[in-house]
Design a binder for this molecule. Structure first.
Ligand code: NAD
Length: 353
């Protein structure tokens, strides 16, 4: 199934609205999910919508809850998401942090108790579009752990994403944004839906044996778990996300005493937003950064690589390609979206396609 972005956004917004979300919030969420697909991250695209609809129906996700400031100390702001729909809540919280960073030079935002906030790069881009540098440490709670720490073969955390974004004058920002697991659970789900194996080194059976079969993760009682990316280095970042996003910002980590049966994915995020103007000479920073980025991009490519890219380049390439050609959605994901639509009384000719 290939569908055009605007058509998909309208459909998603309608499904979320029928599930009880105010129109403006439903649209923010729909646009975020479709943008994730456009940028090549199907794992955090429209395939998440059926889960959101289910979590709203179960009363765990409060679709219209707003971001509420619960602690304000100048450059430090703590915002409670009230288990709201993550995309509008996180956007509101990050807007507050951007305004505060513009005033004080820096803002450290703790966003807690927000349901799944989706692709973290969205918030890096939100800051970068306003000329701000940002770093985002995020943990994931509300369900049991499924990712081992480096060197382990028992689950202790979830996929704890990290993002850092650097604004560039022309808008082609540097956006580094990834799960600290070798692959995001969403990508594992996409592979499972397509009946494809995953890359070696991402999954390990509970027995300790390596596997590439996503069925071992999703079918029946889980027989496998994810590993962190990049050995001890990725494993270290995974733990920092748990401590900074989870313990400091959210006061909710995956330790056994905390709620693992909440019934919806919850993200806690520590976002550090920095205004380069506060360093006195934005033009000098930009000139130095641009010269360095040119130098990196001009690196001779390794065998089998067409060119050296910057973080954010693959997303721009995918955006250009999918904006023109449409968004491919696999049959299983499409069937789940259709079921979610039906569950809230939405029918659409596209489901007959
Ligand atoms: P990934 O492995 O595809 O890595 C993406 C990052 O690597 C991007 O910054 C991209 O620009 C960069 N990149 C990729 N190829 C590159 C190349 N050849 N040269 C230079 N840079 C390159 O990402 P992922 O781990 O699959 O994560 C996917 C998404 O899932 C992310 O947007 C993340 O925020 C999201 N996520 C969200 C949650 C949550 O709980 N909300 C949890 C996990 C992941």
């Amino acid at each position: 199934m290939i569908i055009e972005a605007d058509r998909l956004t309208d459909l998603l917004a309608k499904i979320l609205e029928h599930a009880g979300t105010e129109p403006a919030r439903a649209r923010i969420c729909a646009e975020h999910l479709v943008a994730a697909n456009l940028k090549g991250h199907d794992s955090h695209g429209v395939g998440m919508a059926p889960s959101y609809v289910r979590w709203i129906a179960s009363g765990k996700l409060k679709p219209n809850a707003r971001a509420q400031v619960v602690h304000d100390r100048g450059a430090v702001m703590v915002v409670d998401g009230g288990f709201g729909l993550g995309q509008p809540v996180a956007r509101e919280a990050v807007d507050l942090a951007i305004a505060r960073a513009a005033e004080l030079g820096v803002c450290c935002l703790a966003l807690r108790n927000s349901c799944h906030i989706g692709r973290i790069g969205t918030y890096g881009e939100q800051c970068a579009d306003r000329g701000m540098i940002s770093m985002h440490y995020v943990n994931v709670v509300g369900a049991g752990p499924a990712v081992a720490p480096f060197g382990g073969r028992e689950p202790r955390m979830l996929t704890n994403p990290y993002c850092c974004a650097i604004p560039r004058p022309g808008g082609e920002h540097v956006v580094l944004d990834f799960a600290t697991s070798a692959i995001a659970i969403g990508k594992l789900r996409v592979a499972y839906m397509k009946g494809e194996p995953v890359q070696p080194g991402a999954l390990v059976e509970l027995s300790g044996r390596a596997t590439e079969d996503p069925r071992t993760f999703f079918e029946g009682q889980a027989r496998s778990l994810l590993l962190p990316f990049g050995l001890h280095k990725g494993g270290g970042l995974q733990i920092l996300c748990e401590l900074l996003g989870g313990a400091l910002a959210g006061q909710w980590t995956m330790q056994p005493g905390s709620d693992r049966t909440f019934g919806a994915a919850v993200n806690n995020m520590l976002a550090i937003v920095i205004d380069p103007d506060a360093f006195g000479d934005r033009a000098a920073f930009e000139a130095e950064a641009e010269a360095m980025l040119d130098y990196i991009r001009a690196t001779a490519p390794a065998e089998g690589v067409d060119r050296v890219r910057l973080p954010g380049d693959p997303e721009r390439e995918s955006l250009a390609q999918r904006s023109a050609a449409g968004i491919p959605i696999d049959e299983n994901t499409w069937a789940q979206i259709r079921d979610a639509a039906e569950s809230v009384g939405v029918s659409d000719p596209a489901f007959g396609a």
